[in-house]
Design a protein around this ligand. Structure first.
Ligand code: UT7
Length: 331
């Protein structure tokens, strides 16, 4: 049997600057009660405007280096899930490579929006399982403040900046730890409900695109909510059923943190109680590709994980994209 890809290190970075609901009350017509009851968010983080997304990824990777003694020159591949790379090109992954000195790696960015990390984790696992590589660094990071219209109350209250990183390596032969299974989906028909139109080849930057605020995120929240609540719950149930597991077999459910009501619905469907569900949306908001590795890293560094624990990951985001993944903790 092929060697599974196990997680041997996990790290995260959230910028120190906090933006509370009270801060946002001063900027748009909103209030703490509305934000908390509709989303579960109390505060989020904002990166220094002078810095790019790869800065946060480098700090998250340094946490892994500190924990595990990882020599960056040993990394074979960097997969960087993000929708807010520092520049369209060079990629955020190449920038990260240069910053951390991962001189022997090849690198690419993966655009899967809020599902980016789930896509990237499964992609990285396939490269390990095939026997091709020994060390794959998987990043989920987004600087959402770079694409937020701080005058749009529909979106500016939801998102924040952060990064998470995971190191994948081959497990022992015939052992069933690591990335066990994944179900990944996309539906391009959902594109019209959550997007950023400006800055790509369809609408390159012009005075007009900037005037029309096309370089900001747009979301039809109600429609996205309906899809997200169903698809997240469906995919979480499916990943359990495919692996003959029930909610009782799950140590932690780590869902994408877009809305506490979506998280609760998926957890109910899986038959989980509160203690099994990892929630940090109150402190960070929606950090897009970073939510899941950030939450995983916090749980790990809080000493809550033991070898053999089943972790179910699920995400839903722009595209539409969604996915569920079963991870058995190996360290
Ligand atoms: O991560 C990627 C995937 N994204 C998601 O999964 C997000 C999915 N969507 C959601 O989480 C929710 O739809 C939101 C949190 C974005 C919005 O919550 P909602 O319960 O769907 O609110 P709504 O959009 O239906 O708006 C209800 C009312 C509206 O007023 P009217 O039309 O009823 O008078 C909005 O104008 O709330 C108003 N509203 C606000 N009020 C205070 C919208 N934003 C705000 C705000 N503060 N920030």
């Amino acid at each position: 049997m092929a060697r599974k890809a196990i997680v041997t290190g996990v790290g995260h970075y959230a910028p120190p600057k906090r933006v509370t609901n009270a801060d946002l009350e001063k900027m748009v017509d909103t209030n703490d009660e509305w934000i908390v009851s509709r989303t579960g968010i109390r505060e989020r983080r904002a990166l220094d405007p002078e810095l790019g997304c790869s800065y946060m990824a480098a700090r998250a990777t340094e946490m892994i280096m500190k924990d595990t003694g990882l020599d960056p020159a040993e990394i074979d591949l960097i997969i960087f899930a993000t929708v807010t790379p520092d520049t369209v090109f060079p990629s955020a992954s190449c920038r990260l490579q240069a910053e951390i000195g991962a001189s022997n790696a090849w690198c690419f960015d993966l655009s899967g929006a809020c599902s980016g990390f789930v896509y990237a984790l499964d992609t990285g696992a396939r490269y390990i399982e095939s026997g091709r590589y020994k060390k794959v660094l998987v990043i989920g990071a987004d600087k959402m403040t770079s694409i937020l219209d701080m005058k749009d109350r529909n979106t500016c209250i939801l998102f924040g900046d952060a990064a998470g990183a995971v190191l994948l390596e081959p497990g022992e032969e015939d052992e069933e730890y690591g990335v066990i299974d994944a179900v990944l989906r996309s539906d391009g028909n959902g594109g019209e409900h959550l997007y950023m139109m400006g800055g790509g080849s369809l609408h390159p930057a012009t005075h007009e695109t900037v005037e029309k605020k096309m370089h900001y995120i747009y979301q039809d929240g109600r429609t996205v909510f309906k899809f997200a609540v169903t698809k997240m719950a469906d995919i979480s149930a499916e990943i359990l059923e495919r692996n003959q597991l029930t909610g009782k077999d799950v140590k932690f459910f780590i869902p994408h943190q877009a809305n506490l009501r979506i998280i609760d619905a998926a957890a109910r469907r899986m038959g989980l109680d509160e203690s099994q569900v990892v929630v940090n949306i109150d402190r960070y908001g929606n950090t897009t590709a970073a939510t899941i590795p950030l939450a995983l890293s916090e749980v790990y560094h809080d000493d809550k994980l033991q070898k053999g624990d089943n972790i179910v990951i699920a995400a839903f985001g722009a595209g539409f994209t969604w996915g569920g993944l079963l991870l058995r903790w190996a360290i």
